[in-house]
Design a protein. Sequence first.
Length: 296
Amino acid sequence: MKLLILEAGHCLSLALAREANRRSDTELTIEPGLAPPGQLLDELRPDALVIPPLSRPISAEPAAVTAHAEAVEACMEACREAAIPLVWCVSDQLYEDGLDVPIDEHVIPEPRDDSLRRLIRTGDRIRAEYPRHLIVRLGPLFALEGSQAWLSELLDTLVDGGEVRAESDVILCPTSADAVAMALIGMLQQQCCGAEAWGSYHLAGTEPVSAYTFVSMVRTQLATRLEGRGERVALGDVNALNHHHDQPLRRVLNCRRVLDVFGVHQKPWRLEVGRMLDTWCLGRDDGEIAEESMLR
């Protein structure tokens, strides 16, 4: 299977590259930007074009959201003309006000924010004009590297002693970029084998949790690992934000359809965070060894 991935520096693009390197059945071509790859589609004839999400559209500049939406629509037109399937990953933040129950795939987001509504119009257009698509709504992504990699930003801030502020009344499902990459490649392999199960899917980590609890857990596990290594680091503090005083805003994706159709199981975010922190500590060791070698 051949895939064309846009936005080379995105944390999901890097995760897809790592996953493809572990396999012998998947070949990736990764483009640096989000420009419509019309000519490249004709040259490569990939089995799908994959567009990573704009991970935090609520806080993004309106111009950046509009540019992303326009680029996705241009990519859709190019894919339709070349008869190449389109995979567009989107943020769960499109469900601006959340729901009291887990959100099913058939529930189309109806945000109040103009920028978010611009992304909804893009999704509506894809559904109306090109059936061979996957729109994959994701919980908040975390990873150790790449743009929009939540975990790496947290670690850098905490180790530098900076303050991290996170909502205690927004319930979400943190989602490992590595887990998403594994799921996407598995889904597309099945599509290439004739599944023809196009449409919208949800994919997120297990165990809904507040953003504040997630960040606090990361800090606690980081402190435990650093202490175990004999390192004394004054980590930054984690402070809670409260915006929804009446009741928490729940942005929990129901991922049952991706399990029923493709057999994709959600991964526990706690295990993924632990694995990534272990990897981060190993990288810290490698950095210290390299620094000692230079001093010699």
